[in-house]
Design a protein around this ligand. Structure first.
Ligand SMILES: Nc1ncnc2c1ncn2[C@@H]1O[C@H](COP(=O)(O)OP(=O)(O)O)[C@@H](O)[C@H]1O
Ligand SMILES: [Mg+2]
Length: 480
């Protein structure tokens, strides 16, 4: 009977009493302790090697500390720490920007990444609805590197397979609230990855004072204000034309003045001329002496037409001189860079009653915008209503800035299709000048996502300061 019962992993305990009941138990094979120790040792070594490979800097620091302690004792550790503090302090003092880049920036990013994001990641992802179920398990998007500035956090995220950036964009508001930010924008990176941009503090809530006049302005990067991430907002004029759209009181004038301010040293040295057309006789008249000295000023539509036409003639003359010799323009005193500044351009085009005058101005503007780029002519035009029937030549302006607009559809007219869906909510910019005047959305080169910016506010006193400087060279020439 006993022989019939067969099975694995069971064995009878050996008992010498032939009448005792059999006791069945799993067999126990004792592994020798040495083998267990060996396996654990190999595991420990593998773990250590992996740890060192993953954190080479920390491992080196630790090794140095241990060596110092072994060789010199506690004094060695103290000396080493003091030396490190001195080196870091000197680095911080002499090269503050590189210190921020290599030490404080990454440290701050790691801290934010852990404190603000890692701890709450699983919960916020699941509850916002971006953690799908797959085969009975919740799958979370993967948290990557966090880069934090004073105002924004950029969080790299690897999407769950099958997810799209739009899935996250739909839940942007949940994510913003979940991580305690004001706003969350989804920036697309490589395929399968996104960058979530969390705005923690509105860098643009306070009025940005007029920026200092740069000592060596670059016409490809004129500082005119501040970007949402706290960096300088740079505007390019060389080789392009600029259209500024914004409702009444949006702060177009502050942007025009910021540009003039940024170019002021070049105007003084004769490398830049500004032709100012001011049909509303409002914005530019205050600093008229600046244009009278370093360019030209016109307010009457007839005068403006004459000024633009003579600019066209000059430009064509320059093009003829350049033809076959040069393909690009470098500003020189003999061939200055010419900025044609037109405030309220619709007054000259759509709302101008005199048809002849309107056509002359339109033709001049169209010629300047189509032919001026390569020969050092740039048109900067401001207008309130960006519709095509108001400014037919809208598309001739490669660079455009959208300030506060009245209607949501106008945003895409200025910044191009899809700009509003990507976060450029121009109609939501506050009408209160203290909060919203000068705020705009722009598309930077090589980035499809609009960026929020605010122009510096050039006050009457700032303009006055510039006009005073206009008079100065004349005074300096007077022998004392
Ligand atoms: N960048 C700015 N920052 C703060 N306030 C501004 C700024 N620009 C303009 N303002 C305020 O908003 C008002 C309207 O601005 P303005 O430039 O005249 O608007 P627009 O020319 O677009 O109609 C100004 O009187 C000024 O007080
Ligand atoms: Mg205005």
């Amino acid at each position: 009977m006993r022989k019939v019962i067969t099975g694995e992993q069971v064995a009878q305990i050996y008992n010498r009493d032939p009448f005792a009941l059999p006791i069945w138990r799993a067999p126990i094979y004792e592994t020798p302790a040495a083998i267990i120790a060996l396996v654990q040792l190999v595991r420990l070594l593998a773990w250590l090697a992996r740890l060192i490979a993953r954190h080479p800097v920390a491992a080196t620091v630790l090794a140095v500390l241990v060596l110092a302690w072994l060789n010199v004792g506690w004094l060695g550790l103290v000396l080493l720490a003091a030396w490190a503090v001195v080196v870091l302090a000197a680095w911080r003092f002499f090269w503050p920007s590189s210190f921020t880049r290599w030490i404080t920036g990454p440290a701050w990013g790691r801290w934010r990444g852990w404190w603000c994001y890692r701890r709450r990641w699983a919960g916020v992802m699941a509850i916002s609805g971006v953690a799908p179920w797959h085969q009975g398990r919740v799958v979370l998007p993967m948290l990557g590197k966090v880069t934090a500035t004073k105002y924004t956090d950029r969080v790299a995220v690897r999407l769950v397979s099958g997810q799209s950036p739009a899935d996250l964009a739909k839940c942007a508001e949940n994510l913003a609230h979940g991580f305690g930010a004001l706003l969350c924008r989804v920036r697309t990176a490589r395929s399968g990855r996104v960058v979530l941009e969390f705005v923690r503090r509105d860098a643009l809530a306070a009025i940005v004072p007029a920026l200092p006049i740069p000592a060596h302005p670059d016409l490809r990067a004129l500082p005119v204000g501040k970007r949402e991430d706290g960096l300088a907002w740079l505007v390019r004029l060389h080789g392009t034309h600029l259209l500024i759209a914004g409702a009444t009181g949006a702060g177009k004038a502050s942007l025009l003045w910021s540009l003039i301010r940024a170019m002021f040293p070049l105007m003084r040295s004769g490398l830049v001329r500004v032709l100012a057309a001011d049909p509303k006789l409002m914005e530019l008249a205050f600093g008229r002496i600046i244009f009278d000295t370093y360019g030209q000023y016109a307010a009457d539509p007839e005068e403006i037409a004459v000024m633009l036409e003579s600019a066209v003639a000059d430009m064509q003359g320059r093009a003829a001189r350049f033809a076959g010799k040069r393909r690009d323009h470098t500003p020189a005193v003999s061939e200055p860079f010419v900025v044609v500044l037109v405030d309220e351009v619709a007054f000259l085009t759509a709302y101008q009653r005199d048809r002849k005058l309107r056509e002359r101005i339109m033709a001049a503007l169209a010629t300047l915008t189509t032919q001026g780029r390569a020969v050092g002519y740039s048109v900067v035009a401001a207008l309130q209503d960006p519709r095509k029937d108001v400014l037919t030549i809208r598309n001739l302006f490669p660079d455009r800035i959208a300030m506060r607009l009245d209607e949501p559809e106008q945003t895409d007219m200025v910044l191009g299709d899809g700009a509003r869906d990507r976060g450029a909510a121009c109609e939501l910019i506050a009408t209160d000048p203290a909060i919203g005047a000068g705020v705009a959305f722009v598309r930077l080169e090589a980035d499809p996502d609009p960026v929020r910016v605010r122009a510096g506010w050039v006050s009457d006193a700032d303009i006055w300061d510039m006009t005073v400087q206009v008079a100065r060279p004349a005074l300096e020439e007077v022998p004392v």
